[in-house]
Design a protein around this ligand. Structure first.
Ligand SMILES: [Mn+2]
Length: 377
């Protein structure tokens, strides 16, 4: 009987569980917005969990993604300044004092791992510090670390007022930029970590080399993650192009993303499942991919955002306005009893004095509404 129930649950597209959903609503906050006011804002909008970014790359109290970031997200000069156990415990305490749960840290500081990405001379030293970070996360009770293994990083976006009511939106249009623009030395992940007095550029890096670098990173850190009850979850490439700025990108298609588990199949490895980025990939079946991986517990947490179009042209859209059917996404998560956190990731910025907050409140309200509706079905 049990077998039959499982079969029905996984293979009948009309199956609707009567069980209440255990998925959790969260909010991702940038370093500059990790404040008590924003924890209260998250609670007011129905979130129970926080995903914290400690890299200061989108700054200010009204953070914006809709600036020109072609010359980088900014500087990071935090070499030898790791995220200490004390600082993680302090963050954990501030979040829990606000009645929320700290679910994950999202993104590593380029200062802390540039030579892991670049296979440079400080690689071993930086990996040792990352081991310490994972141990510290385990001690502080932060169960997930989201990372994005990329040299060019998020690059090439522009901004336009597009879509319903013309909010400020992130646009990617490959015809308007030179995607082969080389990366200056001293920059990785679209942040500058050291000076480049000779104005040199990074040499091209091919796909095989990038896979080897990822494998070394995972083979070194996943055993530590397993020991410390921490999961390392990978974000796909945004924009999802096979190559950018002379460097191969690993996760530019669903098939390439799934290769993550061929490189190392540790249970401590998973996806930072970005619905928007996956939808931006040509020929992607986001529903199928989500169904598969939310069944086998390979998703650390979900970036719940929508988009119109695919590479080489797309723009970010309100959660109910884009190409993805977000109600169908929620139904898949409920069917598979997904227990993890979903966060809005990005939204268009609304025409208020707090464009980012308005967009996030709108997305969280929508998400809460769909979850409540499905729970009453
Ligand atoms: Mn994302």
């Amino acid at each position: 009987m049990q077998v039959f129930i499982c079969y029905q649950k996984y293979h009948d597209p009309t199956y609707v569980s009567t069980k209440k959903s255990n998925m959790k609503l969260g909010l991702g906050l940038y370093k500059s917005t990790l404040t008590k006011d924003n924890f209260a804002f998250a609670k007011q909008a129905g979130a129970t969990h926080i995903v914290a970014q400690l890299v200061d790359y989108i700054s200010g109290s009204n953070p914006t993604l809709t600036k020109n970031y072609l010359n980088g997200w900014g500087e990071t000069r935090n070499q030898k300044k790791p995220w200490t156990l004390d600082s993680l415990i302090s963050l954990q305490k501030t979040v829990s004092d606000s009645g929320l749960i700290l679910e994950a840290l999202e993104n590593l500081d380029p200062s802390h791992w540039y030579d892991v990405l670049l296979d440079g001379p400080k690689k071993q030293e930086q990996l040792e510090a990352l081991k310490q970070l994972i141990q510290n996360m385990g001690k502080a009770g932060i169960p997930i670390l989201g990372y994005y293994f990329s040299l060019a990083g998020v690059w090439g976006w522009s901004s336009e007022r597009l879509g319903r009511g013309a909010p400020k939106s992130v646009v990617f249009d490959a015809s308007k930029i030179d995607i082969h623009t080389p990366i200056p030395k001293g920059m990785v992940w679209n942040m500058t970590y050291q000076d480049n007095p000779d104005n040199d550029f990074l040499a091209p890096v091919n796909r095989e080399e990038m896979w080897q670098r990822l494998k070394y990173f995972l083979d070194t850190l996943l055993p530590i993650a397993e020991e410390n009850g921490v999961r390392l979850v990978a974000h796909p490439d945004d924009p999802p192009l096979p190559e950018m700025r002379g460097t191969a990108r690993l996760f530019y298609s669903p098939e390439a993303y799934e290769n993550l588990f061929d490189v190392n199949d540790s249970n401590a490895s998973g996806f930072e499942f970005c619905l928007g980025t996956l939808q931006e990939m040509p020929d992607s079946d986001v529903y199928g991919l989500l169904d598969k991986y939310s069944q086998n517990n390979r998703i650390g947490y979900i970036h719940f955002r929508n988009v119109i179009g695919k590479v080489p042209y797309y723009r970010e859209a309100f959660v109910d306005e884009g190409d993805l059917d977000m109600v169908r996404i929620m139904k898949i998560l409920k069917k598979n009893d997904y227990q993890g956190v979903i966060i809005p990731d990005h939204t268009p910025e609304m025409s208020t004095t707090a464009g980012w907050h308005s967009g996030m409140a709108y997305a969280l309200g929508y998400m809460k509404g769909v979850i409540q509706t499905l729970n009453q079905a």
